[in-house]
Design a protein around this ligand. Structure first.
Ligand code: BDR
Ligand code: CA
Length: 315
């Protein structure tokens, strides 16, 4: 059975890898992409989603743009330029898109797709949860219709932007809090698992084959690796979004544990922390799962073979 997949994203270099993985995986049918401000502003993330789809020959996948501003707080001045570059894709040489968004109302677009899908829908969110919080507010009837909801976000243990907060949650903590409280059963693929997998540069060696796909992905991944080297001292990256995408494509690829997850929005030191309770004492009911581990070699094998297939198509 093919599962319908909706992707909410802020491309973003690792988002681009995740999108390519989804498009190349026959287990899922990507029925739409929505964009959100995060790694860059909404104009850039939307532009990137459109040009990536054109590059990969998938203009049949509709794109709807969503929110630039976080759910409650004021918009930040910039995204996270040192990681993803001024345009969200490290200044890669990709033509401007010819296609346009089908809607500028991402929550309405998602709701419509969820309501009308004949197949069970997996929603995967690999950016800040702003659009999803608005979906919960504006179209609550579709929430129980979502078969599976997987996010890249959060950290039960150690953060990246702060000692305890992961970027997607930290960027819009109130949105994340709203989503965790909504009744959607959330699979939280956070830094606990994404930091456990190092994608060393040599694994991308095949991209240096001079192919069209190779040139684009080698450019963005080399830039991403340069950033990681300055931070972690190794020529590797954490493929956060592709890992969450893998769990969306192949359910239970990861070791998951039921948890009650809430988000700290006010702490002086802890804003954006995903407070993750796996002990479930005092009658707390789980509202999702936290992902703890994955077989990194298996993930890399799945990722690279999917991307190699995509590379053959893009010529
Ligand atoms: C997350 O933040 C972004 O920079 C990445 O695209 C990923 O979704 C990792 O913390
Ligand atoms: Ca992302």
């Amino acid at each position: 059975m093919t599962r319908a997949l909706l992707i909410d994203t802020d491309p973003g270099i690792d988002d681009a890898v995740a999108i390519a993985l989804a498009l190349a995986s026959p287990e899922v049918d990507v029925i739409g992409i929505t964009t959100v401000g995060g790694n860059s502003g909404l104009a850039a993330t939307t532009n990137n989603a459109l040009r990536l789809l054109e590059f990969m020959g998938r203009t049949d996948v509709p794109v709807a743009s969503g929110y630039d501003e976080p759910y409650v707080r004021a918009k930040m001045e910039t995204g996270y330029e040192p990681v993803h570059g001024h345009d969200g894709l490290a200044g890669v040489d990709l033509p401007q898109p010819i296609t346009e968004v089908v809607s500028t109302d991402a929550p309405a677009f998602l709701a419509d797709k969820i309501r009308n899908s004949p197949d069970p829908v997996t929603l995967v969110a690999i950016g800040p949860l702003t659009n999803i919080a608005h979906l919960v507010d504006q179209h609550p009837d579709v929430i129980p219709m979502i078969d599976r909801f997987v996010i890249m976000g959060g950290a039960a243990r150690t953060g990246n932007v702060t000692p305890v907060a992961e970027f997607n949650i930290w960027h819009d903590p109130e949105a994340a809090k709203r989503v965790f409280a909504s009744g959607i059963n959330t699979v939280m693929v956070g830094l606990d698992v994404t930091h456990s997998v190092k994608t060393f540069e040599h694994l991308w060696g095949w991209l240096k084959d001079g192919s069209k796909f190779g040139k684009v992905f080698d450019h963005i991944l080399t830039s991403y690796t340069d950033f990681y080297e300055t931070f972690y001292g190794e020529r590797m990256t954490h493929q956060h979004d592709a890992l969450a995408m893998a769990e969306a494509i192949w359910p239970n690829l990861m070791e998951l544990e039921p948890a009650f997850i809430d988000v700290e929005c006010q702490g002086e030191l802890t804003t954006g922390m995903t407070v993750t309770d796996t002990r479930l004492r005092n009658d707390v009911k789980p509202n999702g799962y936290v992902a703890w581990t994955i077989d990194g070699d298996d993930f890399h094998q799945k990722l690279m073979s999917a991307l190699e297939k995509m590379a053959q198509k893009v010529s």
